[in-house]
Write a protein that binds this ligand. Structure first.
Ligand code: FAD
Length: 560
């Protein structure tokens, strides 16, 4: 091999897991290079909420929440898949808080613990009060200098108009139009539009929040540590010598470029979110690449490269399932998180029937939608149906309250259905009017009493968290009474795949017999998740991506 560069560690992919492992390795005195396939950095992590699920954190303790790691282990163990080794779950639970402590000490990202219940809070070891989910505080994008312009924009599902960043607290202020919401919004809009240096050259908002704040702070720390990040440099293959990974070949300026590694390679190149062929072959239940919220550059390259050098894979049939809206022209599905739990809406299949608890976690709802579609062929799309009062009060995906129908974009108008009566709406949706009328009458009878005898919406702590706290007796239920009525198609999608290369508790990639492949590590959606096919709580994708990034970097630099 004609090596053109030599470093200690190469990290493939610039999501949160990749950037953190690069930083930890660099701080442990390794010479590190990050290669990124896309011309933008940050991956799906930059477009995300940036939430991380960390049991036993210092931040939670400071708020009086004493966690117990055995409880956290028991909780995840029972939800995860049988083929996920105990050691991997233990490694996550035990290293998560030290990882966050390290991040707090070595980067500008500030995480706060949130009263956000686990997704299965009532299970043994679950937390009803929350405090395992942590969210990043706002971060000043000015510190990124020119790198701000090449950071991925937030997801259209996690920003206003696809460019205006907001914090979790601001989301709630806008949602309920609490006191000062209009001034707050006007101030943020003004900051954005009067930011002249950027307004003439970029769509980016300098106030970095959520996943933009997390990845922005990590990138600043990488820059300060002198770690280069090469954009538009896809890894093409792994190079081995005597069974050990000793480097990679990337494409640089359209030509192959070989990089030798003295210590190892960390694969952090995401899942096979946008690879239709890999989905068809491995994950037929989640078979719509277009409905994934993952970034278009996540096409499973590094999973295939790992397989080519003998790595095993696990749970390739799985994804972080989610109900998504799809606005024609957009390159991804828009995650639907809050809307389903708010009062005044229901989800129905193409027969006009409800078939699930709308307010359950997006993963459970996404899984149920996908399974329903597979069995009955009537759930893709399903429909979010809502009444005039809901339309006036709350958003529904891309449809914003207070913005009249005629002012919506052509793409949104093309998917929005409307009727003066339920029957008229049903005809616009192509659903049997009598069936939808019957369904709504049945739902309304229970909702008026705050009850959902069929699907128990609003019973669980998680359901109620996203419900309208002002609405009693059940914050998730209100009869749909006032016309006009509306419907928006919603699809079984995901926010990324989560099966991938088999790894051990040190994040080393292993073969089918469990033997480590020397010099090779995998983290994030590039690796099979320790969560199996479950989603225990908000932040269980980025939390493990960062934790195993930390573990991998410490292992390959001998810090453990
Ligand atoms: P990514 O962040 O996608 O990074 C992978 C990078 O690798 C990409 O930049 C890609 O271009 C690059 N790459 C791919 N192939 C190559 C190659 N051949 N060579 C070099 N580079 C390559 N999860 C949470 O835990 N908490 C949340 O709050 C949360 N909110 C979300 C909100 C939304 C709207 C969405 C869509 C997702 C959310 N998720 C959340 C899910 C989470 O964002 C992803 O699961 C996670 O970011 C994946 O991280 P990763 O490091 O594996 O991949």
């Amino acid at each position: 091999m004609n090596w053109q560069k030599e470093v200690d560690v190469v990290v493939v992919g610039s999501g949160a897991g990749g950037m953190l492992s690069a930083l930890v390795a660099a701080k442990n005195r390794a010479d590190v290079l990050v290669v990124e396939k896309d011309k933008l950095w940050g991956g799906t992590s930059a477009t995300s909420g940036g939430g991380i699920w960390i049991p036993g954190s210092d931040q939670a303790k400071a708020l009086g929440f004493e966690d117990n790691l055995d409880d956290a282990f028991k909780y995840v163990r029972a939800l995860s898949a049988d083929n996920v080794p105990d050691e991997n779950i233990r490694a996550y639970v035990e290293n998560a808080a030290p990882m966050l402590r390290w991040v707090t000490a070595n980067t500008g990202v500030i995480y706060t613990s949130q009263p956000y219940p686990d997704y299965h809070a009532e299970n043994p070891g679950g937390s009803v009060t929350g405090y395992r989910t942590h969210l990043p505080e706002m971060f000043d994008g000015t510190l990124l200098g020119n790198d701000l312009k090449t950071q991925r924009l937030p997801s259209p599902a996690a920003s206003l108009f696809g460019y205006l960043n907001w914090t979790f607290a601001e989301t709630y202020q806008l949602l309920y139009r609490g006191s000062g919401w209009l001034t707050g919004l006007a101030k943020n809009m003004a900051k954005y539009w009067f930011d002249w240096p950027l307004r003439f050259t970029s769509r980016k908002d300098r106030r970095l929040t959520l996943g933009n704040a997390l990845t922005g702070a990590l990138r600043v720390a990488l820059n300060e540590a002198g770690v280069p990040l090469w954009l538009a440099t896809p890894m093409k293959e792994l190079v081995t010598e005597n069974g050990r990974v000793v480097g990679i070949v990337v494409e640089k300026d359209g030509k192959p470029f070989a990089i030798r590694t003295r210590k190892g390679v960390v694969l952090a190149a995401g899942g096979f979110d946008k690879n239709q062929q890999m989905r068809d072959a491995n994950a037929p239940l989640y078979n719509k690449a277009w409905a994934s919220g993952g970034v278009t550059s996540n096409t499973g390259d590094a999973i295939r490269a790992g397989q080519a050098v003998g790595a095993g894979t696990m749970n390739m049939q799985s994804a972080w399932a989610a109900p998504v809206f799809h606005v024609p022209g957009e390159d991804r599905g828009r995650l639907c998180t809050i809307e389903r739990a708010l009062p005044g809406c229901i989800m129905v299949n193409q027969k006009g029937q409800r078939y699930l608890n709308e307010a359950a976690s997006y993963h459970i709802v996404g899984q149920q939608m996908a399974r329903r579609e597979k069995e009955f062929g009537d759930a893709s799309p399903s429909w979010m149906v809502f009444d005039h009062k809901y339309r006036h009060q709350f958003p529904m995906g891309p449809l914003l309250p207070l913005v009249p129908d005629w002012l919506q974009s052509g793409a949104v108008k093309s998917i929005l259905k409307k009727g003066r009566t339920i029957g008229e709406l049903a005809r616009a949706m192509g659903v049997d009017p009598a069936a939808l009328e019957l369904q709504i009458a049945r739902f309304n009878a229970g909702a008026a009493k705050g009850e959902d005898p069929e699907f128990h919406r609003g019973d669980a702590a998680y359901d109620r968290m996203y419900g309208d706290y002002r609405h009693q007796p059940n914050p998730c239920l209100r009869p749909l009474t006032e016309g006009p009525f509306y419907a928006m198609p919603i699809y079984p999608g995901d926010i990324g795949t989560n099966g991938g290369l088999r790894t051990n508790a040190k994040a080393q990639v292993v073969d089918d017999a469990g033997q480590p492949i020397a010099g090779l590590y995998a983290v994030g959606n590039n690796a099979a998740s320790a969560m199996g096919e479950s989603y225990p709580g908000a932040g269980v994708t980025i939390g493990p991506a960062m934790t195993f990034g930390y573990v991998a970097a410490r292992d390959l630099t001998g810090a453990n």
